[in-house]
Design a protein around this ligand. Structure first.
Ligand SMILES: NC(=O)c1ccc[n+]([C@@H]2O[C@H](COP(=O)([O-])OP(=O)(O)OC[C@H]3O[C@@H](n4cnc5c(N)ncnc54)[C@H](O)[C@@H]3O)[C@@H](O)[C@H]2O)c1
Length: 133
């Protein structure tokens, strides 16, 4: 399979790229290299993946990258809770709008298989109680 991995330089995306290539799949790696996640430059573990440095919110780039792609693994996101509500527009732009741009591009390209990473914000962080654990 040919798989587009977004957020390919990230914590999860880089592992996904390793697993896919190790299993013999062809990977198209994409990452915007957000300074919040990486500081300056490509992280050492991502050099072997030679990701395309670009933004998932760029429809023209997605149209090029999705050519011949069978499936998408979407890991590109700003992660965590942010510092305060002033981060909300950037989170909504990268995560919500970015996913919408990706879905529209997949529709144009006829790519129907998607693995979408949810967020820890869904299940929360902190103390949990469970009668069994
Ligand atoms: N790590 C966890 O424990 C965890 C838990 C639950 C959910 N998730 C979800 O998994 C996904 C990946 O998380 P992670 O831990 O690998 O984060 P990460 O910050 O290590 O990786 C995210 C990557 O996405 C890239 N990125 C951000 N916006 C982009 C954009 N607009 N275009 C292209 N690339 C962009 C960043 O540069 C970064 O390399 C996120 O959706 C996160 O919410 C992670």
């Amino acid at each position: 399979m040919r798989v587009l991995v977004t957020g390919a330089a990230g914590f999860i995306g880089s592992q996904v790229v390793d697993l896919l290539t190790g299993a013999g799949h062809e990977v198209v790696a994409l990452d915007a290299l957000l300074p919040q996640a990486h500081g300056a430059g490509l992280p050492e573990w991502s050099r072997r993946h030679a990701p395309v440095v670009g933004d998932v919110r760029d429809p023209d780039l997605l149209d090029r990258l999705l050519s011949g792609v069978d499936a998408v693994c979407h890991q590109a996101a700003m992660v965590g809770h942010g510092l305060d509500p002033s981060d909300a527009p950037a989170y909504a732009s990268h995560n919500d709008y970015g996913t919408a741009v990706l879905l529209a591009a997949m529709h144009r390209a006829g790519v129907r298989r998607l693995v979408l990473a949810s967020s820890m914000v869904v299940y929360g962080e902190g103390r949990y109680e469970c009668s069994r654990h």
